[in-house]
Each structure stands twice: as C-alpha cells, then as structure tokens.
Design a protein around this ligand. Structure first.
Ligand code: G4F
Length: 344
C-alpha cells in the first residue's frame, strides 16, 4: 500500500517541491488549499500545475477548525506536513494579528483535529530560524534559546511549542524542522533573494533601472528549497520523533547575494542598488547561521547546492521567465508598484 501524505501549503514553494518529492517516492499526495485557490487555479496553482493530475486537493482554511476536521474525517493519512503559514516576516509587522491567527491557530487546529481523527499520523511542523531572532549564540543549534524579533517569529515559536506539547502530552509522532532560509526559482517575489534575481533580469533587459533594498548587511544561511524538503520527509521516517536544525552552515549578506546576482549578467550591483528605508524592519534579525550536525548525522542529510549555484539558478530562471513573459499575453504576469513582476 502506498503511503498517504497530506501537505498544507502545497501551492507554495516548499509544498510544490515536497509534493514532487513524495510522488517520486510513490506516495499518494493530498493537499489542503483554500477555496479561493480552487476557484482560481490559473493564478494560484502555478507551482503545482505540472502535478495537478497526480495529487488530490481538498478545500479547507487554516482559520476554520470545522473545515480541517471535515477533510481529516474523510481520509486516513500516514504523514502530514504542515507548511501553510503567513510566511513573510515584513508583512507580520504590518498585520501581526492575522499572522498570529493563521500561524498559531492553524497549527493548533491541525494538531487537535489529528489527535481526534488520526493520532497515528506523523506530523511535521515548519519551524523557522526566525525563532532564534536576536541569536544568543552562533551558529544556532537545536538547543539555542529562542528570541524571536517579529510577530512571525513569535507565531513560529508558538507552533513549535504546540508541536512539542502534542508529542509529549499525547504521545503523537510530531516533529519540528527548524529550517534556515531556503530559496529557489519558485520563491515568492517579495522575499529578498527572488526580489534581487527578478530585478536583475529586468535590469538586464532594460525593463528596470534600479533595485531598492533595505538592510544590505543582514546575514542569512541560504540553501535551496529542493534540498530542504528532502529533510522534512526524512524527519518523519525516524523511529522516534525529534527536532532538527536544517541549514548549510554558511552565511552570506544580502550585499553578497546582490554582488553575485548582478555579476551573473555582467553588471556591478553598486550601479543599481539603492538603499530604501521603507524596507527596513522595526526589529531586524541581523545574522543567522545554522549548525545542522545533528540532522546530517541522524537523517543522513546533506545540502546539494552551494550558495553560488543557488544565486546562479535563480538569476538564470528569472532571465528565462522574463523572456517568456515578453512572448506571453500581457495578463499572465502582473506588475506591482515597485516595478517587479509577480506570478498571478
Ligand atoms: O528574504 P527575507 O524577507 O526573508 P527572512 O525575513 O529571512 O525570512 C524567510 O526565511 C525564514 C527562515 O527560513 C522563514 F521562516 C520566513 O518565512 C522567510 O521565508 O529577508 C531576508 C533579509 C532580512 O534581513 C531583510 O531585512 O533581507 C533583508 N532585506 C533587505 N532588503 C530585505 C530587503 N528583505 C526583503 N524581503 N525585501 C527587501 O527589500
């Protein structure tokens, strides 16, 4: 019998890579999606279009316990990957209440419904390096204390603790992945890496003249999302549930990302990058770098992309996207205020 997996957030970057990975392993893959997404597949399913005929989607909202309960009452899942969240840190400062509501209650609803309907289902929670925030030690490990710096980070700490509590209180197989930044060609355009790679492509083609950014000195440990979804799956195959840091162990500044991305198209970032205070956060996470020794040993996991390869694939992908955009009907990609395009 094939294993049955449920992915929340299946339409996002990580969800789409994870769906592909689980399909390649012979899983029956199901996804929870909001009804608005089902009603607007062209816009909402750009990352999963190529696997739509091999997965099953169910309408539910993370804000509605009954809708989650309803889906879980109809299927018996072996594994549940809870990836859905409001995941843009900057947005969490603008609307902390929505972020808290979706991220904390959504996780609690998933856990409570599983406890009721499928307590044997293995549960993965997408924790985040943002939980370390103003990091108390470098590099960060599974034992580094949390000090979140945003409503998003706080909501992830709550989700982490809920997951651990369901493991300890009810004996459920619940694990936390503490994933550091993971990017790739499917990254949303609001995140800094994709903002840079997509704007580099536009500048190269004469469609933009500058790139406005906030803190260029922020340091992150950036890996490729394709590598990180493999770790999620490995965590649910263990004999005992546990929590793991997943990271490359290298950190680079936003400035370094810019330098490499512009160099990829033969340009010097200093000629195009403009500092814009608007993109500064009320409380910044200055520097993060993970130590994933435990994950590498126990899960036998290794990242396969270097930082340089990550930047290169993202820029090359956006050059291709731009070329396709020019040959497509105008409404298949939309422009927003800052001059970057977004997938519709
Ligand atoms: O790309 P970012 O928005 O990602 P951030 O805040 O590190 O969070 C991402 O990674 C976390 C860890 O895996 C996830 F939990 C989270 O959901 C998300 O995926 O910003 C990276 C850095 C920040 O320090 C930010 O201040 O880039 C800096 N930055 C500078 N200028 C900018 C900009 N970030 C954005 N988004 N836009 C800018 O113009």
């Amino acid at each position: 019998m094939n294993k049955k997996a449920l992915i929340t957030g299946i339409t996002g970057q990580d969800g789409s890579y994870l769906a592909e990975h689980l399909l390649s392993l012979g899983y029956e893959v199901h996804g929870l999606v909001r009804r608005v997404a089902l009603e607007d597949p062209e816009r909402r399913f750009t990352r999963i279009n190529h696997v739509l005929d091999r997965i099953q989607l169910h309408a539910a909202s993370l804000e509605s316990y009954p809708s989650i309960f309803n889906v879980l009452s109809h299927y018996k899942f072996d594994e549940c990957y809870h990836l859905a969240a409001q995941s843009f840190v900057a947005e969490s400062f603008s609307d902390g209440f929505s972020t808290m509501n979706t991220n904390i209650n959504g996780t609690h609803y998933m856990l409570a419904a599983l406890r009721e309907l499928g307590p044997d289902c293995r549960f993965y929670f997408a924790g985040s390096s943002e939980m370390f925030g103003k990091a108390r030690e470098t590099p960060q490990t599974e034992t580094t204390p949390f000090h979140p710096r945003s409503p998003y980070g706080i909501s992830k700490v709550a989700g982490f603790e809920l997951t651990r509590n369901y493991r300890e209180a009810y004996g459920m197989f619940c694990v936390n992945g503490i994933l550091f930044n993971h990017e790739g060609p499917r990254r949303g355009f609001e995140f800094v890496t994709r903002k840079i790679s997509s704007t580099v492509a536009r500048i190269k083609h004469g469609a933009a003249s500058e790139l406005r950014l906030g803190n260029l000195d922020a340091r992150r440990d950036w890996g490729h999302a394709e590598d990180y979804v493999r770790a999620m799956h490995l965590m649910l195959q263990l004999d005992e549930p546990d929590d793991f840091v997943i990271a490359t162990g290298e950190s680079h500044t936003v400035r370094e990302f810019c330098e490499l991305a512009f160099a990829e198209v033969g340009l010097d970032y200093r000629d195009y990058v403009v500092f814009d205070a608007h993109f500064y956060r009320p409380a910044e996470v200055e520097s993060l770098v993970g130590n994933s020794t435990k994950g590498r040993r126990v899960l036998n996991w290794e990242p396969s992309y270097t930082f340089e390869e990550l930047v290169k694939v993202m820029v090359q992908n956006d050059l291709d996207c731009f070329a396709r955009e020019k040959s497509q009907p105008a409404d298949s990609l939309a422009f927003h205020g800052s001059g970057q395009y977004r997938e519709r």
